[in-house]
Design a protein around this ligand. Structure first.
Ligand code: NOJ
Length: 746
């Protein structure tokens, strides 16, 4: 067939100058649809199938198996997008093949897992969520997009919004924790951050919300395992963050590896077509996860690869990541009348729409700009925001008196500090999993940052133990170092490989012999500040019982060293609040604050109530928990009405006072409980929060509002509605320590 030139494409896709609404590049949705339809009418079936095919660059795999992908596939028009391509030269080379060698010159999408930054790394999403600051998170996504797009990328596989209630699951590091409300706000913030207001701008990129759906609930916390939850739990707990991302205009959705109610999500028509596309009105495209189309055979619902392709496409999956199965089978399936070409057209349309909105048809090289890359990469703006976010992610778990004053912040006149632990002088493991194409040369260690901030203090460092293994040969040197010092700072936890994809752990203790090291160091009698870095909640019960000061940081990225030193020295007063409950032992898992009451709620005096006989029901640190160097007092909770109608707004006010000796920031949290409803309701549900900065001694009156809409839930018939009756309102600084009032909805 004769090649159509780029100029013809420009004719097919004239540059839009008149805009009637907001599709990113100024074109109205109707115009975009019209242009995409007209391009599809020119396409052969092979060309269409090509658009549905996505391959990873084999040099940079993020999954188990290589593919048959070779660059010729692009020139042959058999590829719609490529991911994991690093470097603008490589992006340019591949894009050029697509737009010069193929008949219709359709540009490629370039995807990448920009999860918490690209070259400059922000805190892992789980740590970011501990900021409880969606605006800040939005900015970090904006800047991550700015940096990644300057490297030629136009599509990120983020945000991951899977609610996680089981810290054994390694991917809790990639999400926003256990709460529905917080995770939904963050989902929206991230989509808006990546996609911005103008999708066709060179510094914004398409987002991809994942993993649809309920990937965060694998049985036993084991990655890729079966998910078996009720329709109610799915609707109430797991779906809202994806919905928030769709409402925010996310351009793509990734189907998850798991099954739901016996149907793998990649072939789940109820989920992909009926719910996502029909009910929620999602206009973007659905991409599979890495080879998850092929995996339909292992799930046991497809007899072979052709069958897998048929099931996935018919269910509403638009793009096949890495299996090559659409490419190999769809044509045959159409000629055998097993797949309708219209279904392929529908999928192509969704993908071309996104390419159009990204501005790729106007300029396929839009995202390739070396000058911009040099200016933007690790720019001051990005480095500063990475530092701010890292500081705000830090959660102070314990800070007790030592010789009559709190151990933290560190005293100004310290002469000798012993800095111990595998993470104290490490760069790469401060970054966490999915650290993009991080530039490790710009990462400062804790040792380096602390030495800069405390030039008159001698800081002696020794590793003491490594992350894993049983080697205790470093213990003696660590003990000697500690004996010579006034105070000890131990930086322990997980390395990058211990969390993230395919990194579930059955035991979520501090790994290796790091805890044994602490047990030896405590014998010296020196005060120990412990900094725990990890991609998930760990079991910290021994630390809580025995050590005076504990900080949890998650993994904070490029600016870890500076952020942690700022908190240690008191230059920054920590304000992070946990986005997940921390269990006392692994047997309590799954553990989450918004559980149901049961028919036999906990009663210490009654054996026949719902409890363990060997451990409390309560987590060690509850959801929403985090201390400050100052203290806050909540009082005078007042509701402006005792009863409200469905059209009223209830105003809730309380006084917050900074009662300590430092200026500081508090995250005030509001929870509700529906006391009696037609179906059981959680004992608490987060409905609002506010971050408030108060000078020491200062007090303010804070107010929240609630309406009947905030009281909705799915009734027995799965209708989302509110019911009259009594509600409790709780206010406080975490999900456990709360003051309470009641009101009635008429
Ligand atoms: C598999 C992961 O589950 C997914 O989150 C990621 O985006 C893809 N691999 C691509 O790297």
């Amino acid at each position: 067939m004769k090649k159509l030139g780029w100029s013809l494409l420009i004719f097919v896709f004239p540059i839009i100058t008149l805009c009637t609404c907001s599709s990113g590049n100024g074109a109205s949705n109707d115009e975009v649809d019209r242009k995409v339809d007209s391009l599809i009418s020119l396409m052969t079936l092979d060309e269409k199938i090509g658009q549905l095919t996505l391959y990873a660059n084999d040099l940079n795999p993020t999954g188990p198996q290589k593919t048959t992908f070779c660059e010729n596939e692009i020139s042959n028009g058999r590829v719609g997008g490529v991911f994991n391509v690093l470097g603008t030269d490589n992006v340019y080379r591949l894009q050029k093949q697509a737009v010069t060698n193929t008949r219709l010159r359709i540009p490629l999408l370039f995807g990448f897992d920009v999860i918490h930054g690209f070259r400059t790394i922000f805190p892992i999403p789980f740590a970011e969520a501990c900021t409880w600051d969606p605006e800040l998170i939005k900015k970090s996504a904006t800047l991550a997009a700015k940096e990644a797009t300057a490297w030629g990328l136009n599509w990120t596989f983020n945000p991951m919004v899977d609610i996680a209630r089981d810290p054994r699951w390694g991917r809790v590091s990639e999400g926003s924790g256990e709460d529905i409300f917080l995770a939904s706000l963050i989902a929206k913030a991230k989509v808006q951050g990546y996609q911005g207001d103008d999708l066709s701008a060179p510094y914004t990129m398409a987002a991809c919300v994942k993993h649809f759906a309920a990937y965060g609930a694998p049985i036993g916390g084991r990655d890729y395992n079966t998910v078996d939850i009720s329709e109610r739990t799915l609707s109430e707990v797991y779906l809202p963050p994806y919905k928030a991302a769709v409402d925010a205009g996310v351009l793509s959705v990734m189907s998850s590896f798991n099954e739901l109610d016996g149907m793998p999500c990649t072939a789940n028509k109820k989920l992909l077509s009926q719910l996502l596309k029909d009910e929620w009105g999602f206009k973007g495209f659905v991409v599979s996860d890495w080879t998850s189309v092929k995996e339909l055979t292992a799930h046991g619902i497809a007899k072979d690869e052709a069958h897998a392709a048929e099931l996935a496409l018919k269910a509403g999956l638009d793009m096949d990541m890495q299996s090559g199965i659409f490419s190999e089978n769809l044509k045959k399936l159409v000629s055998n009348n097993l797949v309708d070409e219209q279904q392929i057209d529908n999928a192509v349309k969704r993908i071309l729409r996104v390419k159009y909105l990204l501005g790729l048809f106007d300029n396929p090289y839009l995202y390739i700009d070396k000058k911009r890359q040099e200016e933007i990469t690790a720019s001051q703006e990005i480095m500063d925001l990475a530092l701010l976010e890292a500081k705000k992610s830090i959660v102070l778990l314990k800070n007790e008196n030592y010789s009559n004053s709190k151990l933290l912040p560190l005293k100004k006149n310290l002469r000798k500090i012993a800095l111990i632990g595998p993470l104290a002088s490490n760069r790469i493991n401060l970054l966490g999993s999915w650290h993009g194409h991080a530039d490790t040369s710009i990462v400062k260690t804790i040792l380096e940052s602390l030495s800069e901030k405390l030039p008159n203090t001698k800081i002696e460092y020794t590793q003491g133990a490594s992350f894993t293994g049983t080697d205790k040969s470093g213990f003696n040197k660590a003990i000697q170092t500690v004996q010579k010092s006034e105070i000890v700072i131990c930086v322990i936890g997980e390395n990058n490989a211990l969390s993230g994809e395919a990194a579930s752990r059955s035991n979520i203790d501090i790994p290796g012999v790091q805890l044994d090291l602490l047990k030896e160091l405590i014998k010296t009698g020196k005060p120990i500040v412990t900094i725990v870095m990890a991609g998930r909640p760990l079991i910290l019960d021994w630390l809580e019982e025995n050590l005076p000061a504990i900080i949890f940081t998650g993994q904070l990225g490029t600016r870890s060293g500076d952020a942690i030193s700022a908190v240690l020295t008191g230059e920054y007063n920590p304000s992070g609040k946990l986005a997940m409950s921390f269990p006392r032992n692994v047997g309590q898992v799954p553990i989450f604050y918004n559980h149901k009451n049961t028919g036999r709620p906990f009663d210490a005096k009654d054996r026949y109530t719902s409890k363990y006989i060997d451990v409390s029901n309560e987590p060690l640190y509850p959801f929403g928990y985090g201390l400050s160097y100052t203290t806050f007092n909540y009082s005078d909770l007042v509701l402006d009405k005792q009863t409200i109608s469905s059209t009223d707004t209830l105003k809730i006010t309380f006084t917050l006072k900074n009662t300590g000796n430092f200026d500081g920031e508090e995250t005030c949290q509001l929870y509700i409980r529906d006391m009696v409803a037609s179906v059981t309701r959680p004992v608490k549900e987060l409905k609002a929060f506010k971050k408030v900065y108060l000078k020491k001694g200062e007090q303010v009156i804070i107010s929240f509002t609630l309406t009947a809409n905030d009281l909705k839930f799915f009734n027995e018939d799965m209708i989302y509605q509110y019911e009259p009756g009594e509600f409790a309102v709780f206010v406080g600084g975490n999900s456990r320590d709360l003051i309470e009032e009641k009101f009635e909805l008429l």
